[in-house]
Design a protein around this ligand. Structure first.
Ligand code: NAD
Length: 318
C-alpha cells in the first residue's frame, strides 16, 4: 500500500517511544504526519524537532474523547495506532486499565475511521497475545492464543476488533506483534528500570525474577523499518506479522551489559526469585519471524546488539 507518493498519516501515540521514532521516519520520507496524543507518557521533547514543519500537526487529546477523535481523523490515508497502556505490569494494580487503554481506545479509533471513511490501519500489537504456549518460536498462525496478562488480552481483543471492522466495513489492516522494543526515548522496560535503580544505588541492582527470563529484543529502528516494510509489501485484507529478531537475551545478561556500559564494578545483583518478573509475565518467549523474512525483511540487529545499542543510546542522551 505504501508507495513513493506522500501519504497523510495519523499517528496515535506519536509522542511516545516507538511513535516518535515512526514520526521521524515518516517525515524524513516526505509524508504528512498528524500526531494524536494525550501526553500521559509521551513527551514534547521527542517531537519538538517537527513542530515548525508544514508537514506536521499535533493534536493534544485523549482517544477516549470520541467526538474529538472523529473530528481529527478525517482526511488521512492511513492511521498508525500506537497509543496504549505501555506497561503490562500496570494492569495488575488496575484491572480496568487495559480494557480502556487498549480495547476501548482501539474501538474508538476504528469507529472514528469508519465514520470518517479512513480505510487503512496499522496496529501495534504484541507477542504477549500468545500467552505462555510452547512450542517456541511461535508463528503468526499459532492458535488458540490464550494471553496470560490483561495487557495481552487487551491487545488480542483489539486485534479482533481490527479484523472485524476490516471484514464488515471494507477496511484494511497491518497488525504487528512486536517483540520487546528497545532504544532511545524509552520511558519504561527493563533497561529503563535498571538504569533508574542503578542511579539511585550504584552498588546494588534488584532484578525481578531469577534473571533467566529470555526474550527477543528488537531495536526501535528495526521496528519502524519492519512496520513500513509490511505496509509496503503486504496487501491482504488483514496482514499479521510477528516483528522481532531470531535471537534472545536474558535479563541477567542485560544487567551485565548495563553495568559494563555504565562503568560500574562489583555491583551486587539481588534477585527477587521465581521464574518470572511479575504475574502475567511470559518468562521464555520467542517469535517466529519467517513470514516477514520470506518477504525480504530482517531485523538488522541481533537481540544482544539491539540491547547494547539501546543502552548506549539511552546513556548518551542522559
Ligand atoms: P509509549 O507509552 O512510549 O507510547 C504510547 C503513547 O500513547 C504515549 O505517548 C502516550 O502519551 C499515548 N497515549 C496513551 N494513552 C493515550 C490515550 N488514551 N489517548 C491519547 N494518547 C495516549 O509506548 P511504546 O513503547 O512506544 O509503545 C507503542 C505501542 O507499541 C503500544 O501500543 C504498545 O502496547 C506497543 N508495544 C510496545 C512494545 C515495547 O516493547 N515498547 C512491545 C509490544 C507492543
Amino acid at each position: 500500500m505504501l508507495n513513493d507518493k506522500a501519504m497523510k498519516c495519523f499517528v496515535t501515540g506519536g509522542a511516545g517511544f516507538i511513535g516518535s521514532h515512526l514520526v521521524d521516519r515518516l517525515i524524513a520520507d516526505g509524508h504528512y504526519v498528524s500526531i494524536y496524543d494525550n501526553f500521559s507518557v509521551g513527551k514534547m521533547e521527542f517531537i519538538n524537532q517537527h513542530i515548525k514543519s508544514d508537514r506536521f500537526k499535533l493534536v493534544k487529546a485523549d482517544l477516549l474523547d470520541l467526538p474529538m477523535l472523529k473530528k481529527s481523523i478525517i482526511g488521512y490515508d492511513v492511521v498508525f495506532h500506537l497509543a496504549a497502556n505501555p506497561e503490562a505490569r500496570w494492569g495488575i494494580e488496575n484491572t480496568e486499565l487495559d480494557l480502556k487503554q487498549e480495547t476501548i481506545v482501539t474501538y474508538n479509533v476504528l469507529e472514528a475511521m469508519r465514520v470518517g471513511r479512513v480505510r487503512r490501519i496499522v496496529f501495534a500489537s504484541s507477542g504477549t497475545i500468545y500467552g505462555e504456549t510452547p512450542p517456541l518460536p511461535i508463528a503468526e498462525d499459532y492458535g488458540p492464543v490464550l494471553p496470560i496478562s490483561l495487557y495481552g488480552a487487551g491487545k488480542l481483543a483489539s486485534e479482533g476488533l481490527v479484523s472485524a471492522f476490516c471484514g464488515t466495513f471494507s477496511m484494511q489492516a497491518w497488525i504487528y506483534r512486536f517483540a520487546n522494543v528497545v532504544g532511545s526515548r524509552a520511558t519504561h522496560g527493563v533497561i529503563y528500570d535498571f538504569i533508574n535503580k542503578l542511579k539511585r544505588n550504584p552498588r546494588q541492582l534488584e532484578i525481578l525474577g531469577d534473571g533467566s527470563q529470555c526474550k527477543p529484543y528488537l531495536h526501535v529502528d528495526d521496528c519502524v523499518d519492519g512496520m513500513l516494510f509490511g505496509l509496503k509489501n503486504a496487501s491482504d485484507r488483514v496482514n499479521v506479522f510477528n516483528l522481532g529478531c531470531t535471537t534472545t537475551t536474558n535479563v541477567s545478561k542485560i544487567a551485565d551489559m548495563l553495568t559494563e556500559e555504565m562503568g560500574l564494578k562489583g555491583v551486587v545483583f539481588r534477585y527477587t526469585g521465581g521464574d518470572r518478573g511479575w504475574p502475567g509475565d511470559v518468562p521464555q518467549f520467542m517469535c517466529n519471524v519467517d513470514k516477514a523474512s520470506k518477504m525480504g525483511w530482517k531485523a538488522r540487529h541481533t537481540s544482544d546488539e539491539a540491547v547494547r545499542k539501546a543502552i548506549k543510546e539511552i546513556l548518551r542522551k542522559e
